[in-house]
Design a binder for this molecule. Sequence first.
Ligand SMILES: Cc1cc2nc3c(=O)[nH]c(=O)nc-3n(C[C@H](O)[C@H](O)[C@H](O)COP(=O)(O)OP(=O)(O)OC[C@H]3O[C@@H](n4cnc5c(N)ncnc54)[C@H](O)[C@@H]3O)c2cc1C
Length: 437
Amino acid sequence: MVRHEQTLQRVHGIDDIGTALAERGLDLALLLRRMRAVGPESDATGEIADPPPWRPDDVPALNMNLVPTRYGGSPALQSLVAQVRLMTCLGEADASLALALPGPGLAMPPVVALASSEQQARFFQRFQSGTPRWGAFAITEPDCGSDATAMRTTARKTARGWVLNGTKCFITNGARADCVITFATINRQMGRYGIRAFLVDCNTPGFTVSRIERMAGLRATQLAVLSYADCEVPDNALLARGDEKPLDDAFSGAQRSWDYFRPLLSAVMVGTCRRVRADLSAWLDVGGAPANSRQHVAGVEATLLDIDRQIAAAWLLCHRTAWKTDRGIATSMDSSMTKAFASRVAARVTRAAMDIAGIDGIATYPSLEQAYRDARAFDIMEGTGDLQRLMIARAAQRSALRPWDITELTSCDASPPDPSPDIASARQSGQETPHDA
Ligand SMILES: Cc1cc2nc3c(=O)[nH]c(=O)nc-3n(C[C@H](O)[C@H](O)[C@H](O)COP(=O)(O)OP(=O)(O)OC[C@H]3O[C@@H](n4cnc5c(N)ncnc54)[C@H](O)[C@@H]3O)c2cc1C
């Protein structure tokens, strides 16, 4: 285990992140160890194990991860590159638990992009707590996932505020969240321009968690079905920047979330693949034989080399996208490329590992089989692989720049980003997302 921790520090260069978290009371190495230990139980039950992988002392730092500096977040964790590194480590420990850790999660980018300063302060204040707090982001509905602009959840204006009616599904941490950023339409005829975002407190009358899905992978994320039945929220629940320059529409806030989280989720999968590779090597080291007796040693070695090449490429893509984001360069297409590629890598690596390890290897390292299921779920979340490829193809047709064109990188300031960049200040890309398709 000590060797594992040394490897983490050497490979990921996360010393500074670990130090920043330690200053806030969180022991990252211990958290990673505990996530590994309780991961199988969480995978079996779909619950965060009891006791959870975090200690009470870790909770404040976990809650405040992804919170901007001006609301108390750690300066060392503001860049997307830092978050990519952190998520790689967490994914290596357990992908499902990495996504189930407390904090604002997917709700952060739309709040930063769409909410007024007063609303942001109110939202992030919740996370200054010694009790675990979760945020959630609700856009998908039973009849529209890829085409989110066709949503049916309505928001009707009343004298006192807004009344929401509808159903959201597959909402990550939806059953444990304190508040959910909920997207609803004020007029379906207006398409994406009719969409608004609301901060819904989970104890609001009319809001219920109707079901938690039984998942094949990423089980601890507890994807929830949320119902809004005449759910009345106050006027100031509508995210609006007031006198500050507003975004074109609330749907752009959802796009921010996808652009920001695709490289992060991809980093989780890179971590998962690294774990698979390490477990596979460990199993082969103790004399595990390839499941298929026709597979020669040279064939296995070639597969391992291919796995390493794929993981390295996905890791570089995550970093490149994060690096660009931190410098305010539009990254919608990069984010999609990262997720589409990482998703294929995760599917290929986990499948190859199962083929090599076979029943014996999986019995020794059940994480190999869990990683295969987690990779399947990863391909669907934040826009399916099909939709990412569709969006990349459309963007490539429109753009004169090719993805490998480095003009935009060489022409921008190559110095490190401000330690606490405002994510909302990242240039609005205006590019189409898969969810637009
Ligand atoms: C682990 C996980 C976590 C999630 N977390 C959240 C969350 O926190 N908040 C949230 O709002 N949602 C969340 N989702 C939902 C997710 O965003 C949707 O499942 C996803 O967008 C796909 O939508 P759908 O399930 O309705 O599938 P559909 O859109 O019905 O797609 C079904 C199939 O058709 C394909 N397809 C659809 N349209 C096209 C097209 N135009 N061209 C080619 N192929 C197409 C898709 O690739 C897919 O294979 C999560 C999902 C998962 C699995």
